[in-house]
Design a protein around this ligand. Structure first.
Ligand code: SF4
Ligand code: SF4
Length: 376
């Protein structure tokens, strides 16, 4: 897609030059030379400079804070995604974080490789070979390999918690070794071709197992299946459900309850789950269903929640660290002793920044928290 077509598709020509986007942007707040308004202007007006060469196109977190407030409803994250796609097509890419390790793992999964990634599930609970409900575990098993040893962080406690809770709800989900990365990061890295390959493999697998619905705990996987898979595959013919929709209904009906606990907790809204998928109240309701817990909101919460500072394993920088540290300082300012997250990557990124800060704060996965306090 060329630039005029991108401008057309994302309504960029309606820009009023008001600057609300830049004033709302967490990247602009710590890196003043980054400005979504100027980027749109550059594409609309400046024929000399090529935005495909602009490094700022790779600094956007696609958090959607700007577009949620834009009076002209310009979809800046989509604009960025499309410009990246065009840049990649022309051989110009961004700088991946972690030396591109995760992008390599993602692209490997487009091939006919054999994976072994369900052992943890057989140890943690009951799963099925086929059936109505597929649990899409996502990339936590790969993150676990990278971060368990280096950071002593058990990323699999989230999926184990989800499985325990699903089993308690009477669901023995299908989990499969052949599941691939959902492709979220490749999509936002501008690699639409490999994104489409991953999408096709995942949907084919899930349908071949006879599953009629897919349950996600990962915000990125959920949003990617719900919004972006149909763009490349059409109607998927399977129901896309977020785990908290199921769990919140069980808690509301009284079928599931939690044992008393203590502590002061605050909640970080992942951009994909909160602002972009509209799953905002359920995680809060679930945390507050634990008796004895005191819940505090951060200054920026719900639709105004601030991004965890890095997106799609691309360009982790001093700007990312500044955003993360500001977010952790906000959590501490609530008086909370624990920051609860609902996204494996938010947890990793915020935990990374926490290592360099001298503050008393724990970061916990919400699924692990709920599973550990489950009343059986
Ligand atoms: S908020 Fe929307 S209209 Fe205002 S400058 Fe940004 S893109 Fe243009
Ligand atoms: S999507 Fe987020 S990071 Fe990107 S320009 Fe908009 S507010 Fe800034």
């Amino acid at each position: 897609m060329n630039l005029p077509e991108i401008v057309d598709q994302t309504r960029a020509y309606y820009c009023l030059d008001c600057g609300i986007c830049t004033g709302s942007c967490p990247v602009s707040r710590v890196t003043p030379e980054f400005s979504p308004r100027l980027m749109v202007e550059k594409v609309l007006m400046d024929e000399e400079e090529n935005p495909l060469e602009d490094v700022n196109i790779w600094s956007c977190l696609s958090c959607g804070q700007c577009s949620s407030r834009c009076p002209s409803k310009i979809d800046y994250p989509e604009f960025v995604r499309m410009v990246r796609e065009e840049a990649v097509r022309q051989g110009k890419g961004g700088v991946p974080a972690h030396r591109g390790l995760f992008q390599t793992i993602m692209r490997l999964q487009t091939l006919d490789i054999k994976q072994s990634k369900t052992d943890w599930a057989r140890e943690a609970g009951r799963i099925s070979e086929s059936g109505d409900t597929y649990y899409f575990v996502g990339c936590s098993p790969f993150f676990d390999v990278e971060f368990q040893t280096d950071w002593n962080l058990d990323v699999m406690d989230g999926p184990r918690g989800v499985l325990k809770l699903l089993n308690t709800m009477g669901i023995e989900p299908v989990i499969h070794d052949d599941e691939r990365c959902c492709g979220h990061d490749l999509l936002w890295n501008g690699d639409k071709e490999n994104f489409a390959r991953l999408a096709e493999r995942n949907v084919k697998l899930i349908k071949s197992l006879g599953c009629k619905r897919v349950v996600f705990h990962c915000p990125e996987g959920y949003l990617t299946f719900k919004k972006y898979y149909p763009e490349v595959l059409g109607d998927l013919g399977i129901e896309i459900v977020h785990f908290y929709e199921l769990l919140a209904a069980e808690v509301k009906s009284g079928a599931i309850s939690f044992a008393p606990s203590d502590g002061v907790l605050t909640y970080h809204d992942p951009c994909r789950l909160g602002r972009q998928a509209g799953i905002i109240e359920q995680p809060r309701d679930l945390i507050q269903a634990i008796p004895g817990i005191e819940f505090k909101e951060m200054q920026h919460n719900r639709e105004n929640g601030i991004c965890c500072g890095t997106s799609a394993w691309m360009g982790c920088s001093s700007c990312s660290k500044a955003i993360q540290k500001n977010r952790l300082a906000e959590a501490v300012a609530t008086g909370a002793d624990t920051l609860v997250t609902a996204c494996p990557k938010c947890r990793l990124h915020l935990s990374c920044a926490l290592r360099d800060m001298d503050i008393e704060l724990k970061i916990r996965d919400i699924n692990d928290l709920l599973a550990q306090t489950l009343k059986i």
